[in-house]
Design a protein around this ligand. Structure first.
Ligand code: PGA
Length: 265
């Protein structure tokens, strides 16, 4: 399961990056249930929390959730977007439509999109550019499958995925990268802090080679079975700047506990 990394992560750590905890609700909690969860998150998260907090409800609940958290310093994200602005694309939602709903963030290239809906690196690149074009901050996901990890290809895979993301024209809009090992998503099998840090450090080096200022500013989130019990250990890693949380984000108390785990220990 080991990956090889020749990184110099320690030199790149910037204590200035504010942690970001994002909840990916996936295809759960549309409509009224989404508003209830958003309201519970609003009440559960301490107003002065160190971490920035974002929730990504299904499209049908976006506008209502944005209304529910208005003024509460909780950001709202779409879970995907079409790269175009409008057109005959049945079932799709564009960046400007997300903005209209009150979103300021969007998840791009989640492994479920890649694996179940055939999204390629090229699609992800186009979506990152489309997000930035309407000033949505992309939370762009990378991650290897179990087979890729066992074949020793983790760094090769995430580096290829990140290269595609970095090739997108973001027109100065900031970027968040989420490392989500596919084998850890929804499985209860979390990457250990050392495993996560090894990949995050390699991603940081790749960002650094691309643009040192971007490397210093870009938050690299870990995602995959993040829970209140394991969050502090992951967030203590120098290159782990936050978490993309799936299952545990559907429970306001658990999500708030993960947000609290980002407080300085
Ligand atoms: P999980 O999902 O926390 O349920 O593993 C993470 C994600 O898919 O973003």
């Amino acid at each position: 399961m080991g990956v090889r990394a020749s990184t110099r992560a320690g030199a790149l750590v910037s204590p200035g990056r504010r942690p970001l905890i994002a909840g990916n609700w996936k295809m759960y909690r549309g409509g009224a249930a989404g508003c209830e969860l958003a309201d519970a998150v609003r009440r559960a998260v301490a107003p002065g929390a160190r971490a920035e907090v974002v929730v990504a409800p299904p499209f049908t609940a976006l506008a209502a959730v944005a209304e529910t958290v208005r003024g509460a310093t909780i950001g709202v994200a779409g879970q995907s977007l079409h790269p175009g602005t409008e057109g005959a694309f049945t079932g799709e939602v564009s960046g400007p439509m997300l903005v209209e709903c009150g979103a300021t963030w969007v998840i791009v290239g989640h492994s479920e999109r890649r694996q179940l809906f055939g999204e390629t690196d090229a699609n992800v690149q186009a979506k990152v550019a489309a997000a930035a074009a309407c000033e949505l901050v992309p939370i762009a996901c990378v991650g290897e499958t179990l087979a890729e990890r066992e074949a020793g290809r983790t760094l090769e895979v995430v580096s290829r995925q990140l290269a595609a993301i970095l090739a997108a024209d973001r027109a100065g809009v900031s970027l968040v990268v989420a490392y989500e090992p596919v084998w850890a998503i929804g499985t209860g099998r979390v990457a250990g802090p050392d495993q996560a840090e090894e990949v995050h450090a390699a991603l940081r080096v790749q960002l650094e080679r691309h643009d040192p200022a971007l490397a210093a500013a870009t938050r690299i989130l870990y995602g995959g079975s993040v829970k209140p019990e394991n969050a502090a250990g992951l967030l203590a890693c120098p290159n782990v700047d936050g978490a993309l949380v799936g299952g545990a984000s559907l429970d306001a108390a658990a999500f708030a506990a993960i947000v609290a785990a980002a407080e300085p220990g």
